[in-house]
Design a protein around this ligand. Structure first.
Ligand code: ATP
Ligand code: LTN
Length: 326
């Protein structure tokens, strides 16, 4: 069985973009892959975090993983900082990276933009991500399209090390969601839906109350011509809503636009509210069951032990091939 690894940051409520772009795939992959899913808390501290809030968010995200259908008896679910190999391998890979290739990362450019001095962790963020992946001899990394550049860097680093040392790493492949799975912000459909956007109505979080979902969708930016048509270039707002409608209902975009022929944005949005509320209700119910249970901590502890055992083997090989330690 091929091995799958992916991670999500514990930086706030998981939103529809994360769900449709990542978590849904995680669940599907469990059936015929050996899956390892990580809550990447070390990545979260590349920007300032309140310690109490961060810890709560780790448990929130872990509960959501389980609530959307990740099954801990099939897959490993754990917290990144519970396995020391991530940081160890990250340093080794930092020494194999060029500053130029890190400065070229678009995410670094975007996040450090307009800052007089950016935290070094923002620059080395993709190296830690490469370590996450290579530590588990990963074959497949399911992620959103926005992570493509980081996956390419991971592959470059693995190949570089394999070519200059003994073969040390499995070279992983990214598995990207279809273009359509990129969910855009509701208030500004030219930006992707993001956890860190200030406006809460820019996103729908998986745990949002129905009244909040309604408000966010009804306020969503569209255009003034009032025609329900899929045209991401010229009509990004309604196209994004059509996309969300399609993935949540399982209907094709063509069928949806045919159904709404002659109807207005208001009717369409009202129905989308209902579809979204119905899709999220079972996830929310399961989340409530797990979040404050003892079971959650047991699952994460067990996950860290299972992940740690794999990581230890890889680190032994890395140290051997780099001549580190005794
Ligand atoms: P940020 O606040 O930094 O934008 P984020 O919301 O992108 O955070 P991440 O933890 O960085 O969240 O992403 C988790 C996973 O969800 C990744 O695989 C990412 O590619 C995917 N993802 C994030 N946003 C979207 C989106 N709008 N559409 C589709 N997939 C997304
Ligand atoms: N950078 C990713 C989160 C992430 C990740 C990983 C994804 C950290 N380590 C390893 C896949 C594999 C993000 O921001 N979405």
């Amino acid at each position: 069985m091929k091995r799958v690894f992916s991670g999500v940051q514990p930086t706030g409520n998981i939103h529809l973009g994360n769900y449709l772009g990542a978590l849904k795939q995680f669940v599907e992959l469990q059936n015929d892959h050996e899956c390892i899913y990580c809550i990447v808390d070390l990545h979260a501290i590349t920007v300032p975090q309140d310690p109490k809030v961060l810890r709560e968010h780790i448990l929130d995200v872990a509960s959501l993983y389980l609530a959307v259908g990740i099954n801990p008896s099939k897959s490993i679910v754990f917290v990144q900082s519970d396995v020391p190999g991530h940081v160890e391998l990250s340093w080794v890979l930092t020494c194999c990276s060029y500053t130029g290739e890190l400065y070229r990362m678009t995410q670094f450019k975007a996040k450090s933009h307009n800052k007089e001095s950016a935290p070094a962790g923002l620059l080395t963020y993709p190296v830690l991500m490469a370590a996450d992946i290579l530590l588990y001899d990963t074959d497949i990394v399911p992620v959103g399209n926005d992570q493509k550049q980081h996956i390419e860097l991971t592959r470059d680093l693995a190949i570089r090390v394999n070519n200059t040392r003994k073969k040390t790493f499995v070279v992983p492949e990214g598995r990207y969601m279809k273009e359509g799975a990129r969910i855009m912000a509701l208030d500004d459909p030219r930006q992707k839906m993001s956890k860190s956007a200030e406006n809460v109505h820019s996103r729908i979080s998986l745990l949002d109350e129905p009244s909040k979902i309604k408000k966010s969708i009804m306020k969503a930016t569209t255009d003034s011509d009032g025609i329900i048509r899929f045209d991401p270039e010229n009509k990004p707002g309604i196209s994004n809503l059509l996309n969300i409608y399609s993935v949540l209902s399982g209907q094709s975009i063509d069928d949806i636009t045919a159904d709404y022929d002659g109807k207005g944005y208001g009717d369409f949005k009202k129905d989308l509210v209902e579809i979204t509320v119905d899709a999220l209700a079972p996830i929310k119910a399961r989340y409530e069951e797990i979040r404050y249970s003892d079971e959650l901590r047991t699952i994460l502890k067990d996950g860290a032990e299972r992940a740690g055992a794999i990581a230890e083997k890889t680190m032994k090989r890395v140290k051997e091939n780099f001549g580190l330690g005794l």
